[in-house]
Design a protein around this ligand. Structure first.
Ligand code: PLP
Length: 391
């Protein structure tokens, strides 16, 4: 009899557990050894080879979460992204990337790929025709990110993966913003799924890690480069990450619910110009998001009404912290103009749709009423202060 497919919280809690055969403890034992006896000549266990007991066990959990055959865990999201991309690209190859990308990935491609003789194109838009328009004879990989940072744009997974299959191109996705709780791109035909596990998988703003999930075959290729580049994760952090993922399902679902309520609240707010959240029916790609996501995630962004200063607003918040990172259980905000997109010219920011009053909001698990009250008091504070300054 085929085994029943387990639900997400069961996978989060139990898959890839290591059994404590000695003391029968409830949690996975932690094996910190960097040196193991040769059991067979073929098996060389070593942390940089991604094959210690804790690494192997957690990789099974992540593969199960992404409906993949296999997975590898890395020392950071960028280690997972760089190793995965370079595993499939060599001198003379070309990669197409969507125009809205995580800043670190953009820097990796634009600052490093030239050295390796790998060429690249960014799409002009996010429709499948925008991807098709950039395909060349030597295109080997199409790389997407959905929902994207910071405007929560949506890329159609079915359409892009079908395009890749037609042209014999490998499709890769950065699935960090959605998390495996909300989106499983392999079910839509995407080949390689990458995560910054620093975000929702870690979930407590205290772990730096990355992961990639795909077929056995592709994992083998990524492993081969990965052991040479040396970006694996220390076993202690692997163990902490396993502990974090146990609660990922309940955390992310709580964040989905809070973000949807906050998005609806902000959309009606007199001091807010625009809200970007794929869960709102007013989002231009709400229908695509509904078709490919199980929940709309904990990330949203919004634009303050003209005259309300984004920095002053953030300084006035008492509960919601300012933070560069995201996806923790605590709510955080940042101003892309002042942080992630600060190095771009004002004109380039405008081209990318990044308004000065734009705030990216990583919604946590607090009570929404408290988040609403904090935003309201901060807005009132900024407005009363700016009136004082008027002649
Ligand atoms: C944070 C992040 C990354 C990079 O991950 P690190 O763990 O910081 O290396 C990549 N993609 C997205 C969408 C991210 O948010």
């Amino acid at each position: 009899m085929a085994e029943r497919k387990k639900g997400i919280n069961t996978i989060c809690t139990h898959f890839g557990e290591l059994e404590d055969t000695v003391y029968k403890g409830a949690v996975s034992p932690l094996y910190m050894s960097t040196s193991y006896a040769f059991e067979e000549v073929a098996v060389k266990r070593y942390p940089r080879y991604f094959n210690t007991p804790n690494q192997v066990a957690l990789a099974q959990k992540i593969a199960a979460l992404e409906h993949a055959e296999a997975a590898l865990i890395f020392g950071s999201g960028m280690a997972a992204i760089s190793t995965s991309l370079l595993a499939f690209l060599q001198a003379g190859d070309h990669v197409v990337l969507q125009k809205t990308l995580y800043g670190g990935t953009y820097n990796l491609v634009t600052e490093e790929f030239g050295k390796f003789g790998i060429s690249y194109s960014f799409t002009d838009g996010l429709k499948v025709a925008d991807f098709e328009a950039k395909i060349q004879e030597n295109t080997k990989v199409i790389y997407i990110e959905t929902p994207s940072n910071p405007l929560l744009t949506i890329t159609d997974l079915n359409a892009v993966s079908a395009l890749c299959k037609k042209h014999n191109i490998i499709s890769m996705i950065d699935n960090t913003f959605a998390s495996p709780v909300n989106q499983n791109p392999i079910d839509f035909g995407v080949d390689v799924v990458i995560h910054s596990a620093t975000k929702y998988m870690g979930g407590h703003s205290d772990i730096l890690a990355g992961a990639v999930a795909t077929t056995e075959d592709y994992i083998h290729r990524i492993f081969h480069l990965g052991k040479n580049l040396g970006g694996s994760l220390s076993d202690y952090t692997v163990w902490l990450l396993e502990r974090s993922i146990k609660t990922m399902g309940i955390r992310v679902r709580a964040q989905n619910k809070n973000a949807l309520e906050m998005a609806a609240y902000l959309a009606e707010h007199k001091d807010i110009e625009t809200v970007y959240y794929p869960g709102l029916p007013s989002h231009p790609d709400h229908e695509i998001a509904k078709a490919q996501m199980k929940g709309f995630g904990g990330m949203l962004s919004f634009v303050l009404k003209e005259g309300i200063d984004a920095s002053e607003f953030q300084k006035s918040l008492k509960l919601i912290k300012s933070s560069m990172s995201l996806a923790g259980v605590e709510s955080t905000m940042l101003s892309p103009t002042k942080t992630s997109h600060a190095l771009l010219s004002a004109e380039e920011r405008k081209r990318q749709g990044i308004a000065d009053g734009l705030i990216r909001f990583s919604v946590g698990i607090e009570e929404v009423e408290d988040l609403m009250a904090d935003i309201d008091q901060a807005l009132e504070n900024v407005k009363s202060n700016s009136t004082l300054k008027l002649p």
